[in-house]
Design a protein around this ligand. Structure first.
Ligand code: IPM
Ligand code: MG
Length: 371
């Protein structure tokens, strides 16, 4: 059966890094059909909307979506519904991609690229599971108005709504406990139950679901403490599950523990295992078009895609091994470069991964293992 993959390169460095991931996919001799469509600012320029109907339909009909990045400061003045970010938010919501996997893995070869002491991050392997279609990101009502009451009644105000329903919490909790079973059987649920009604409910529901997973250890942690513990003793974490907004913040923090956000892939899945795969980093417009961006996060996202949505585990492992091999060989893009290594550009890094694939490198770092 041919795997249908929608390729959405987007803005900034998106097209450059996605091109390398696509080249890697083509080097694998898989039965795949790739179709490219515009998204984000690029789509707005082409057709006046960041997520055109045709792009959304292509994504819906695909087995998986390989996504680059969206956004550029030059669109900051557009009305919100036309900004590039709406494309990724719209895809998540429209396709029901509620489960976001953001691994933070410190490659042995890159231990020294972290801003933390090597002993704190050596061997780090955390999986952040972020709920992706609820919370204050999507809660209604939201908007601007004249304050109806309170000390500042009548003044202009803005507001958003934080909310979670029971089924939304239950399904992401199941995802987290099941992922933990394939790892070290420990889940940290991050909340703000001491202040927020929404997150007291979160904590209660996660605790209830935990009843079905007696073999998995569950710990609760407030988000402020979690932010602190992540830089104090990151290796104490294994699977972290949290809401949309806390997950957005903590996953960026966790990514930097590993040295470079340029190395980290992510997967966003719905209940049909259809997934969107994108690097954890953004569109980096400041370095776009210069050929210096690190394509490895996108290449590793393609590996996650093969594993999660396309069930091509062997091919995924070959990519992971090839990435590990080029790092061992000392190749580094600017974001992970250090004295004594060879600085390469985007193309050269992508080509090196393909060469390593052809030579079939040994075993790599398995990002995620599925049953
Ligand atoms: C992310 C990004 C997005 C988010 C933006 C681009 C809307 O920061 O994927 O983490 O906030 O979710
Ligand atoms: Mg973010």
């Amino acid at each position: 059966m041919t795997h249908k993959i929608a390729v959405l390169p987007g803005d900034g460095i998106g097209p450059e890094i996605v091109a390398e991931a696509v080249a890697v996919l083509h080097a694998l001799d898989l039965d795949i059909a790739l179709q490219t469509a515009p998204v984000g600012g690029a789509a707005y320029e082409a057709s006046g909307h960041p997520l055109p109907e045709a792009t959304l339909n292509l994504a819906r009909e695909s087995d998986a979506i390989l996504f680059g990045a969206v956004g550029d400061w030059k669109y900051d003045t557009l009305e919100r519904s036309l900004r590039p970010e709406q494309a990724i938010l719209g895809l998540r919501k429209q396709l029901g991609l509620f489960a976001n996997f953001r691994p933070a893995i410190c490659y042995e070869q890159l231990t020294h690229a972290s801003s933390l002491k090597p002993e704190l991050v050596a061997g780090l392997d955390i999986l952040i599971i972020r709920e992706l279609t609820g919370d204050i990101y999507f809660g209604q009502p939201r908007g601007r108005r004249s304050a109806p009451d309170g000390q500042f009644a009548g003044a202009e105000e803005a507001f958003d709504t934080m909310r979670y329903s029971r089924p939304e919490i239950e399904r992401i909790a199941h995802v987290a406990f099941q992922a933990a079973r394939l790892r070290s059987k420990k889940v940290t649920s991050v909340d703000k139950a001491n202040v927020l009604e929404t997150f007291q409910f979160w904590k209660d529901v996660v605790t209830e679901v935990h009843g079905q997973y007696p073999d998995v250890e569950l710990e609760h942690m407030y988000v402020d403490n979690a932010a602190m513990q992540l830089v104090r003793a990151p290796k104490k974490f294994d699977v972290v599950v949290t809401g949309n907004m806390f997950g957005d913040i903590l996953s960026d923090e966790a990514s930097m523990l590993t040295g470079s956000i340029g190395m980290l892939p992510s997967a966003s899945l719905n209940d049909r295992n259809q997934g969107l795969y994108e690097p954890s980093h953004g569109s980096a417009p400041d370095i776009a078009g210069k050929g210096v961006a690190n394509p490895l996060a996108t290449i590793l996202s393609a590996a996650m895609m093969l594993k999660f949505s396309l069930r091509e585990t062997r091919a995924a492992e070959r990519i992971e091994a090839a990435v590990s091999q080029v790092l061992t060989d000392g190749l580094r893009t600017a974001d992970i470069w250090s004295e004594g290594n060879r600085r390469v550009g985007t193309r050269e890094m992508g080509q090196a991964v393909i060469d390593a694939l052809r030579g079939d490198a040994g075993s790599g770092k398995t990002i995620l293992t599925t049953s």
